[in-house]
Design a protein around this ligand. Structure first.
Ligand SMILES: [Zn+2]
Ligand SMILES: [Zn+2]
Length: 161
């Protein structure tokens, strides 16, 4: 086995910049040890790979004006945003955390890729990040109500029957 100093010398000969070296190393990492993309990117990526309509769906969910309007409505209704599947609220689970981690989900898959389709506030749902990610794994995007009935079985995986 080569000594570390010898190995490093080979590396320096082969790679001219640290970035080059790093990306070469990454090639050899096992897939599970690679950094995973953040949740939103994951949802968007699977949307792109699947139904192209879902791509526009996810893009739409990130429309800042719409998201802000839904946040204001949810806050006015019960003072907080509550996940419509599991009941998660940021305030209950992370009491000293500032800000909101719930996300806005579009209930209806868009009929077409047209951006002209009007979105009403009632078309949007509040979901926590877990439930949001999970519902996007369902085929042809289940409704929030169906998803809850079919898959949800208690907070943080504790089955209560
Ligand atoms: Zn949830
Ligand atoms: Zn969504």
């Amino acid at each position: 086995m080569k000594k570390a100093a010898e190995l490093w010398a080979t590396m320096r000969d082969r790679y001219s910049t640290p970035e080059e070296h790093l990306s070469a190393l990454e090639e050899h990492l096992q897939p599970k040890t690679r950094l995973q993309p953040p949740v939103v990117a994951d949802i968007e990526l699977s949307a792109i790979e699947g139904d192209p309509r879902m791509f526009f769906h996810v893009r739409r969910e990130r429309d800042p004006a719409l998201v802000e309007a839904k946040r204001r409505e949810a806050n006015a209704n019960n003072g907080r945003m509550e996940c419509e599947v599991c009941g998660f609220t940021t305030q209950a689970i992370f009491p000293s955390l500032e800000g909101e981690v719930c996300e806005i989900h579009h209930r209806l898959p868009l009929a077409s890729s047209s951006d002209a389709v009007e979105t009403r506030l009632e078309d949007l749902a509040v979901l926590c990040a877990n439930c949001h990610r999970a519902i996007h794994r369902t085929d042809s995007l289940m409704s929030v109500e169906d998803f809850r009935a079919r898959f949800y079985c208690g907070p943080t995986g504790i089955i209560e029957r």
